[in-house]
Design a protein around this ligand. Sequence first.
Ligand SMILES: [Zn+2]
Length: 310
Amino acid sequence: MTKDPIPGLMARIRQRRLREQLFHLAKDPLPYRKLNYTIPGHEKNTLYEADDFIAAQLEASGYPVEREGVQVQAFRCDTSKPKASQFAPPAEDDPWYTAYNLYAKKTGTTQPDEIVVVMAHKDSQSWVDSPGAYDNAVGTVGSMEIARVLSEYAARRSIWFLYCNEEHTPWTSVTAAEKARARGDKIIAVFNLDSMGGKSQADIDAGRKTNVALYTEPEGKRLAELMCQVNEEYDIGLIQSTARRKQPGDDDGSFVKAGFPAAVMNVGSYPYADPNYHRETDVPEAVDLENLQMAVQASLAAIVRVDQEG
Ligand SMILES: [Zn+2]
């Protein structure tokens, strides 16, 4: 019986790295991550600049990075709607852009055909000038940190890190999931990391460290329960709960709809209660880094458990 690698791996998740990368992607030098905003004097839009940063970090951790282009448009803004839901369909002749899914793939040593997908949308809101710190720079940097820590871990199964786009339309996770289905990929688990640590003002004031594992299908429920199990077993200290979606949603929903039901989303609250959601005030200074670190550690533990036990 070999020693459980999970405690040692969890201990390598660095809050300082999460913080530095979060500020890089949601404040300085990148105020946003969207195809329709370029910093004056720069050649590339801010989402492409974010892609380059994310790819460079993954390459520094030893992963080759693949890009998959998808045609998308920016959302329009409907100010007659409530602030959190002001995204509106683009007009037909609004500009089209190529948004990229980024993949960093780790190949399994014993069951390489079985794939665990760890995903996060990396873009910020295309219809409003929000830095998108909780939504979803946190999931992006959390996934990058998990990739870094797992770079020296000999995974049995394959682990794919996917960085997609959900704040432009259509969502690029749909293409990723449909191509996986067309190839016949054997995806055994999907962990979508989105807005981890984002919670209500009452939870912020009380200092609660929360995480909700959202699932749609029974296969996802098993993964959601695993989140609770690792939180207990490794004494992570999250107030960890599970909730069932009425229908597939967000980027994990793209995989559920494509025929991969073992999918969860790790999110700070449900219904999502961050008072800064989809606002200009979704800034990195408001992120509860300790909560983020704990949610990243719990995600890492569950990912490794699935790798080891299937
Ligand atoms: Zn989001």
